[in-house]
Ligand binder design. Structure first.
Ligand SMILES: [Zn+2]
Length: 467
């Protein structure tokens, strides 16, 4: 039985949701919605959630005068709320403080330890608390973390347990080269392989100084390094299900490119060591700027998904996020550009087509049968390639053609029989377009398919023009 399992990263609760989180999550949702219609609801599993352990969360909780768990309990629902606003249809919202997760993590750690993949050592080096990871001198830029140039990396020395990552080096190269685990886009695969060609050091999998975490089963003075257990969430979540075997391995893990190394090299080695099946695709999308600038709290240009939803509505926000630049590449967002696209594609494009054809149909008391068709025949391939911009370009083209047809055929000037024929064909085109857009515009699509089923009536504009 064909199935599809798609995941987003679990988001760290020391931060509130911004459009970076929304971008990945909307993409995963669009995939889940497409594959549910193709494979059946019960054959798709879409996983997202929150990452709740580690020093950063403990610190944020302390600042808020809460315990780490209280703090996580406060922030996790904020993510869930935003996902509801964006019509995100996840099957499970994962939280790493779930006791079922803690138990499975401990079982896997114990197995790794017993099978000789773990040894005790001393870690010494520069640690970025922003990333929750150690950096080597060469990785730092002017002595600072490349992702957190405003934070001073901290020198740390402590007893840690290490995972023998180095012993998997050749195996990893083979797995990625042969595409046993596909890294997409292709350029990212080359980056990972390039980096793997250098020295691959063992990584520490525990922390002595961090108490907010899952205890190491054989040494309670240490907690599991937050990254290790966060990666394991993808596996543990599928183990909660009645049919445990069905959804693991995942078909695709989506993420931003900054965490690709963890999700390829470390994650795949960890699964290999634990004797678990490997995911099929790891897809890293690009970074984006806002008005040409890196999004940052200090610049005050962080866009909250709520702002976009308030301006454009939830469906249009989803459409605009994925339609702006190719998934996988870097790009730029600005409210101005999004507004231009909204007006062109949705207000003057699809929305206008629906209202003018509905009006003409209403005048004729035209009836159409409920839509029973399928997606465009090219979609399966394009969705498999994560080519959202091409999918949206194809539908926008269909909208333009249909609008042109209205202008050229001028149904209002035709005699009755011909008029009904032209309008019926236009109504069917609208049904097809609405269905094709349903993964992106779930609410609007459903509304249009209802409107164009039985006797067609005029309704409120779907996408009012905005300035
Ligand atoms: Zn950092």
């Amino acid at each position: 039985m064909a199935k599809y399992c798609v995941t987003t990263p679990i988001y760290y609760v020391n931060d509130v949701p911004h459009i970076g989180h929304a971008y990945t999550t909307v993409a995963a949702d669009v995939l889940a919605r497409f594959w549910r219609k193709n494979l059946g609801e019960e054959n798709v599993f879409f996983l997202t959630g929150t990452d709740e352990h580690g020093a950063k969360v403990a610190q944020a909780a302390q600042n808020a005068k809460l315990t780490p768990k209280e703090f996580a309990d406060k922030v996790a629902p904020e993510f869930e709320k935003v996902w509801q606003e964006l019509r995100i249809s996840y099957n499970h919202f994962f939280r790493t403080t779930d006791p079922r997760h803690e138990k499975i993590v401990q079982q896997i750690l114990q197995k790794l330890f017993e099978d000789g993949h773990v040894y005790e050592g001393v870690y010494e080096g520069l640690y970025c608390e922003g990333c929750e990871r150690f950096y080597t001198e060469e990785e730092l830029v002017d002595g600072k973390c490349p992702l957190h140039p405003n934070r001073e990396p901290q020198y740390q020395k402590e007893k840690n347990y290490f995972f023998k990552l180095s012993s998997f080096k050749e195996e990893l190269v083979r797995i990625f080269e042969t595409g046993e685990v596909k890294i997409l886009p292709e350029s990212r695969k080359n980056e990972v392989l390039g980096k793997l060609a250098g020295e691959l050091k063992d990584v520490s999998l525990s922390r002595e100084s961090v108490s907010w975490g899952i205890p190491i089963p054989w040494d309670s003075s240490q907690t599991c390094y937050v990254w290790f257990e966060a990666l394991l969430n993808y596996y543990t979540a599928t183990q909660f299900l009645e049919n445990k075997e069905k959804f693991w391995p995942a078909d695709v893990h989506l993420m931003a490119k900054d965490i690709l190394w963890f999700h390829t090299v470390i994650w795949v080695a960890l699964l290999k060591a634990a004797g678990l099946p490997l995911p099929k695709i790891v897809f890293a999308h690009g970074f984006f700027t806002v008005n040409g600038q890196k999004m940052s709290k200090s610049l005050g240009n962080v866009i909250a998904p709520k702002e976009l939803v308030e301006k454009f509505g939830s469906d249009a926000t989803r459409y605009l996020l994925l339609g702006e630049f190719p998934f996988g590449q870097d790009g730029d967002f600005s409210l101005e550009k999004l507004t231009v696209k909204y007006n062109a594609d949705l207000a003057n494009g699809f929305g206008n087509l629906v209202s003018r054809v509905a009006k003409l149909c209403e005048n004729e008391r035209l009836e159409v049968e409920e839509y029973k068709g399928d997606f465009d025949s090219r979609f399966e391939k394009l969705f498999s390639e994560f080519n959202f911009t091409e999918i949206l370009a194809l539908t926008a083209e269909k909208v333009t053609e249909a609008n042109r047809e209205v202008n050229e055929k001028k149904p209002w000037e035709l005699e009755k029989g011909e008029k009904v024929k032209v309008l019926k064909s236009l109504a069917q085109k609208i049904q097809h377009i609405a269905f094709n857009l349903s993964p992106f515009l779930p609410t609007v699509s459903e509304k249009v398919l209802q409107q164009f089923s039985g006797e067609i009536k005029v309704d409120k504009p779907l996408f009012p023009r905005i300035k």
